[in-house]
Design a protein. Structure first.
Lengths: 367, 220
C-alpha cells in the first residue's frame, strides 16, 4: 500500500511539475518585467503618442521613462520558438536598466552606437548556442517576419544576471528595423508599488481622464504576461484537474481495498485486543494511527523521489530544451495532499465499519 | 477482598428461523473469590459459552451475571470493555500473540499504559513462568507451550480479579499443558481462576469442578 501511495504522489506531482514548467518557463524568460514595463503603440502609430507618454511620465510613482526601439530574436522552448525582445535604448538608459536588474557584462563588450551588434544574457546565449562573433539574427533567420533582420546582428558580449535580457543600440534599431514600433519603458521608485502602478497603467476604454487609452497603446507588464499565460493554459490545467481527481479516486479505492485485505489478515489481532478489553475507539485509533503513518511516510517518500527525479530531469534533459521546471514546486505537491487524506479516510472508514461489527468471540473461539 | 462472581438463570439461545437452539439453559452458580474453578463437559455442552457470558464477552438471552453488586450482563459496551480490561484476564485456546511484537511487548500490550513499570512487571511475569530468556524473542521463535505461557503472562499483567481460561491446554502436549495449568492455578492466591477444559486430568488441582451437559449444569 505504501508503494501505491509513493507511485500516486510521484505521478501527480511529476505531471503537475511538468505542466507548471510551461508557466515557469514563460515567467523565467520574460522575468525582465519584474524590473520595467513596456508601453507599445497600437498598430496605427509608430510610437507612443505624446499625450499617452505624458500620462506615464506624470505618475509620481514612476522613477524613469525611456524611449526605446527593439528587434526580435527567437528563443527555443518546448512550446516552440518564442520571440524575445532585444532592446535598443540610449547608453545611459541601458546602464541604468542593467544596474536595476543586477546584470553585468562578463565577456566581450557592449554594443557600439549604431552598429549591428547586441549583447545577450548567458542563458540566451546557451539557448541559441552562440558564441561571441556569431549572428544573433540574420536575414535568413527562421521564425517568420517578426524575427527577420535586414542585416546580420553580431553577438559582441555576454551578460550575467538573474534576468534574460538583450541589448542593442537604439540608433541601430531605428535605422534598420523600420517596421518595428518604438516603445516607451517605465520603471518604478518602489518595488512594492509595482503591481498597483501597473494596474493603474492598464488602458481603459471609457476615456477616463489621466488613463491610458486601449485604442492608442498597449501595456506589457508582468501582470499581463502572467494573465495571458494562465489564460492560455487554462484548458491544460482543467484536464490535469480531471486526471488528478481520477487518479486519486482510483488510488483511494485500490489502497482502501488493500488496507481492508491487510486488516482481514490481522483480524485475530484485533479480535483478541477487543476480547481483552480494548475499546472500539482505541482500536479505531490504532488503525487510524497506523494508516495515517503509512500514508504520511508514503507521501514523504513519493514527494522526495519526485523532487530528486525532477531535479535530475530538469538539469539534464529539459533545461537544454528550453523548459524550466521547479523540482520543489509547492503547487505540484499541494495537488498530492488529497492522496493520503482520501486513502486514510476511506481505509479507516471501511475498517471502522468492520471493527464496529467485529465480535471478538468469533475470533477467539475458532478451533 | 474481591467480589463474588455469580449468575442466575443464565440462558443463551440462538434462533435459526423457527428453530431455537439453546447453548445454555437456566444455569445458576456462585463463585466466591480466591478459588480455582474448573468447568468441564463434553464438546457442545456449553462450557465455553458459559465462560463468555461470565466474562462479558457475550450477553445472555435471559438471566444475569453479576460481579458482587455489579450486573455486568447489563453494562453498556464501553463499561464492559473497561471491566474486561481492568478486572479480568483472559487466556484462550490459541495464544493469539501479535506476531510483530516480542514476548515482552505482547505482555505490555495488555497493560493500561506501556510504561517502564509495565515492562518491568512483564519481565517479572516472564521470569516467574520460566521464560526470562525469551523476553525479546518473537512468537515465531517460541514453542507452542512457551507461546501459551506468554499468553498467561499477558492475562496476568493487570493483576486481574478473575482469570478466565478457555481450553488453554487444548493445543499443548501433557507436559506443557500441566505447566500452563500450574501457572494459572497459582493465581488463586491473588484472584479467582476459572478454567474451561474437556480434559479432567488438567483439573486435578481445582478447588471446585462445575460440570455441564447439553447446556445445563449437572452434578459431578
Amino acid at each position: 500500500m505504501g508503494l501505491v501511495i509513493v507511485l500516486a504522489v510521484f505521478l501527480i506531482a511529476g505531471v503537475t511539475v511538468l505542466a507548471n514548467a510551461i508557466d515557469l518557463t514563460v515567467r523565467t524568460i520574460y522575468r525582465y518585467t519584474d524590473y520595467f514595463t513596456y508601453v507599445l503603440p497600437q498598430q496605427q502609430f509608430r510610437e507612443v503618442p505624446e499625450p499617452q507618454r505624458v500620462i506615464v511620465e506624470s505618475d509620481p510613482r514612476v522613477e524613469r521613462t525611456m524611449e526605446g526601439a527593439f528587434f526580435l530574436c527567437n528563443i527555443k522552448t518546448v512550446m516552440g520558438r518564442l520571440p524575445f525582445v532585444v532592446l535598443g535604448v540610449p547608453d545611459d538608459d541601458r546602464d541604468y536598466l542593467m544596474q536595476r536588474m543586477g546584470t553585468t557584462l562578463v565577456a566581450g563588450r557592449l554594443p557600439a552606437e549604431g552598429m549591428p551588434e547586441a549583447v545577450l544574457s548567458e542563458p540566451m546565449v546557451e539557448n541559441k548556442k552562440l558564441k561571441i562573433g556569431d549572428n544573433v539574427v540574420s536575414p535568413t533567420e527562421q521564425g517568420g517576419m517578426a524575427t527577420a533582420a535586414p542585416i546580420p546582428v553580431k553577438l559582441v558580449g555576454i551578460l550575467k544576471g538573474p534576468v534574460w535580457v538583450g541589448f542593442t543600440s537604439r540608433s541601430f534599431c531605428t535605422r534598420y528595423f523600420l517596421l518595428n514600433p518604438r516603445c516607451t519603458l517605465y520603471t518604478w521608485k518602489d518595488n512594492s508599488q509595482r503591481d498597483t502602478l501597473n494596474r493603474s497603467m492598464m488602458p481603459v476604454s471609457d476615456k477616463s481622464k489621466g488613463k491610458l487609452s486601449p485604442t492608442e497603446v498597449q501595456v506589457l507588464s508582468k501582470e499581463n504576461l502572467i494573465t495571458e499565460v494562465r489564460d492560455s493554459l487554462e484548458s491544460l490545467y482543467m484536464i490535469m484537474g480531471v486526471v488528478t481527481s481520477a487518479v486519486i479516486f482510483a488510488i483511494t479505492l485500490m489502497s482502501g481495498m488493500l488496507a481492508n485485505i491487510y486488516f482481514t489478515q490481522r483480524l485475530s489481532e484485533f479480535g483478541v485486543l477487543a476480547a481483552i478489553g480494548y475499546s472500539r475507539p482505541k482500536l479505531i485509533g490504532r488503525v487510524l494511527a497506523e494508516t495515517a503513518l503509512l500514508n504520511i511516510a508514503g507521501w514523504i517518500v513519493g514527494a522526495a523521489s519526485t523532487a530528486l527525479l525532477m531535479r535530475f530531469l530538469g538539469e539534464s534533459v529539459f533545461r537544454a530544451r528550453g523548459l524550466f521546471l521547479d523540482p520543489f514546486d509547492l503547487d505540484a505537491y499541494a495537488h498530492t495532499i488529497p492522496v493520503p487524506i482520501c486513502i486514510t479516510l476511506f481505509s479507516v472508514g471501511t475498517i471502522t465499519y468492520r471493527l464496529l461489527k467485529l465480535d471478538p468471540v468469533t475470533i477467539i473461539e475458532r478451533r | 477482598m474481591h467480589d463474588t462472581l455469580s449468575c442466575e438463570n443464565l440462558t443463551l439461545a440462538y434462533r435459526d428461523g423457527e428453530r431455537t437452539t439453546y447453548a445454555l439453559r437456566d444455569v445458576s452458580m456462585s463463585l466466591p473469590p480466591g478459588k480455582f474453578y474448573g468447568i468441564m463437559g463434553p464438546s457442545g455442552s456449553g462450557k465455553s459459552s458459559l465462560l463468555y457470558l461470565l466474562s462479558g464477552l457475550k450477553r445472555p438471552t435471559e438471566g444475569k451475571v453479576a460481579l458482587g453488586e455489579l450486573a455486568i450482563s447489563h453494562l453498556p459496551d464501553p463499561e464492559l470493555m473497561r471491566l474486561r480490561r481492568t478486572r479480568f484476564g483472559f487466556v484462550f485456546q490459541q495464544p493469539f500473540l501479535l506476531t510483530y511484537l516480542t514476548a515482552l511487548e505482547n505482555i505490555v500490550v495488555a497493560a493500561p499504559q506501556p510504561s517502564a513499570a509495565a515492562r518491568q512487571k512483564a519481565q517479572e511475569l516472564l521470569e516467574s513462568l520460566g521464560l526470562a530468556t525469551m523476553a525479546h524473542k518473537l512468537p515465531s521463535q517460541l514453542s507452542g507451550g512457551e507461546r501459551q505461557r506468554v499468553a498467561v503472562a499477558r492475562a496476568l499483567i493487570n493483576e486481574p480479579e478473575i482469570l478466565f481460561a478457555d481450553e488453554p491446554t487444548a493445543a499443548l502436549d501433557q507436559t506443557n499443558g500441566h505447566r500452563v495449568i500450574e501457572a494459572l492455578a497459582a493465581w488463586r492466591t491473588k484472584g479467582t481462576v476459572i478454567v474451561v477444559t474437556h480434559d479432567a486430568g488438567m483439573l486435578t488441582g481445582a478447588d471446585e469442578i462445575l460440570s455441564l451437559r447439553d447446556g445445563q449444569r449437572v452434578e459431578n
